[in-house]
Design a protein around this ligand. Structure first.
Ligand code: SF4
Length: 520
């Protein structure tokens, strides 16, 4: 079976793949009987093992079977001890993480909520990526706004309490990326403030860099969290802890113990409630265009030791949403649309919004415009991309009087990433900023996106790009609610709190002797 991960992640040569890289040390159980002769192990197509007897090398028939006789062998059970002794672990760390994050897991939580005691119920929040929404829009032949509203209706129908859009959290990723770039550009003399800045929103690329290039490349990677992980901070920190006041009969927050999620529609407390939800009482699932995002959500930096919970508890792909719809017997097109939710009152969401630039988030374009203005006082109206070797490698240049002021690039797909890394290692990378994405054509073409029967891949991608591009764009600094959250939630841009909740760090992963010792 083809791996669902991005190309960059698959192409690392480490031994912690989703597919076993070596035979397990203990694939079957062999009965050692005295007098047994020489035997070979034969593996059938269905994975069953057979012992095939052979004549012993010294010419006498020691085998208790006839020559060529076959005996089916029992499969062995693999214990943790076995795994610890093995460098090609079958139940690799990633396999475990993937099974923890699936649409079945989301179903389990939603199912448990229906029967749990009120104080045991979780507030379920789903955050949908704009790339997944575009893919579903094409599959169901809907426009992006209807898709967003119908998806909200669907998730609420199956038990979610809130449905958000990660385009909102992307505002923060973009703003933090621009801030970091300007700082690094101004501090070029400091070797720690390394240029070029390489984007960090793609976990396929981050995993590859950490495993394969370590300290050469990691200082160049932006520390800004991806939209998924900023949404994790927003949901588990800001949203969960909002103080609420309630009067009888009005819809309220769901803060336990007085107001469990089941009472969301009708608050039963007559007195104002000032309780806060702790992060572990919120179950946060995201809908993403790739499997690599499941690994990103599982990184230790995004786990709260204090509350024993992750910022994002479960990541499901666009394809898994489709499976959920099928399992529920629901067609998205036929659902009645529901109003969109927003994370804070000042960010009322009538329709989804997006950002200028490509389908992978618009990092290059946003940082370019901002840096041109901030560093050189030049207002850029139109960003012109110049294709280089292939369509997944493009550059954008800001010039004045023939002098190059800013040199940005977008490098998508493993081939271009590898070339970029080689240039970086040789000290010949001409760029100040590179938007790096593991998937050829970027996130709209992610490994978790939907296929459409009878539609060739190229045409499908064009349609997804077209629908993605129909969404109204806004500058992240102008997006309603963003400045308010910087001020009240983060205590100002550049604050210690903003650093902790909107940034992350990377570490080189040593080639591990045991699959279990790999840290994500
Ligand atoms: S390019 Fe986008 S879809 Fe592909 S692995 Fe990276 S984040 Fe996922």
């Amino acid at each position: 079976m083809a791996s669902p991960f991005s190309g960059a992640l698959q192409l690392t040569d480490l031994d912690d793949f989703i597919a076993p890289s070596q035979d397990c040390i203990k694939p079957m159980k062999v009965d050692k009987r005295s007098g047994s002769g020489v035997a070979k192990i034969h593996i059938e197509d269905d994975g069953s093992y057979f012992q095939v007897s052979q004549r012993g090398p010294w010419g006498t028939g020691f085998s208790c079977f006839q020559d060529g006789g076959m005996k089916k062998l029992e499969k062995a059970k693999i214990s943790l001890d076995d795994c610890l002794a093995c460098s090609g672990c079958v139940t690799s760390a990633e396999t475990v993480l993937i099974t923890q994050q699936s649409h079945e897991e989301l179903r389990k939580v939603l199912g448990a909520n229906k029967t749990a005691a009120p104080d045991q119920q979780k507030l379920v929040v789903i955050s949908v990526s704009p790339q997944s929404r575009a893919s579903l829009a094409v599959r169901f032949q809907l426009n992006p706004t209807d898709t967003a509203r119908k998806l909200t209706a669907f998730f609420k129908k199956i038990g979610a309490h809130y449905v958000f859009d990660t385009a909102f959290s992307r505002n923060f990723s973009l703003l933090e990326s621009q801030r970091e770039f300007v700082q690094r550009f101004r501090g070029q003399a400091d070797p720690k403030q390394a240029l070029p800045v390489l984007t960090s929103a793609c976990p396929g690329w981050i995993c590859y860099a950490e495993k394969t290039h370590g300290s050469t490349v990691l200082p160049h990677i932006s520390t800004a969290r991806s939209p998924q992980q900023v949404m994790g901070s927003l949901v588990k920190d800001f949203f969960a802890q909002q103080q609420v006041t309630g009067t009888q009969g009005e819809p309220r927050c769901g803060a336990p113990p007085h107001c469990p999620p089941s009472a969301l529609r009708r608050c039963l407390t007559a007195t104002p409630c000032t309780q806060r939800l702790t992060p572990d009482k919120v179950y946060h699932a995201t809908v993403m265009p790739c499997y690599d995002k499941k690994l990103e959500a599982s990184r230790p930096d995004f786990f709260s030791q204090e509350h024993q919970t992750r910022d994002v508890d479960c990541v499901i792909t666009t394809g898994e949403v489709f499976k959920l719809l099928e399992e529920e017997g629901v067609s998205l097109s036929e659902l009645e649309p529901a109003p969109l939710d927003s994370l804070c009152s000042s960010a009322s969401a009538q329709e989804p919004t997006s950002h200028r630039g490509g389908g992978s988030g618009g990092y290059l374009e946003h940082v370019f415009r901002h840096a041109a203005q901030e560093l050189f006082g030049i207002h850029v109206t139109e960003v012109t991309y110049r294709p280089l070797r292939n369509k997944d490698l493009q550059e954008v240049i800001l010039e004045r009087d023939g002098q190059v002021l800013l040199h940005f690039a977008a490098a998508y797909g493993f081939r271009n990433i590898q070339n970029l890394v080689q240039k970086l290692k040789r000290g010949r990378c001409p760029y100040h900023f590179v938007e790096v994405m593991a998937c050829p054509a970027g996130c709209l073409n992610g490994g978790g996106q939907l296929k459409v029967p009878d539609m060739p891949g190229k045409e499908l991608l064009q349609q997804v790009e077209r629908l993605y591009g129909l969404v109204r764009t806004e500058a992240p600094e102008d997006a309603p609610g963003v400045q308010e959250l910087y001020e009240h939630w983060l205590q100002g841009a550049g604050s210690e709190r903003a650093g902790r909740l909107l940034h992350t760090s990377y570490r080189a992963v040593e080639k591990a002797g045991s699959g279990l010792s790999i840290r994500w």
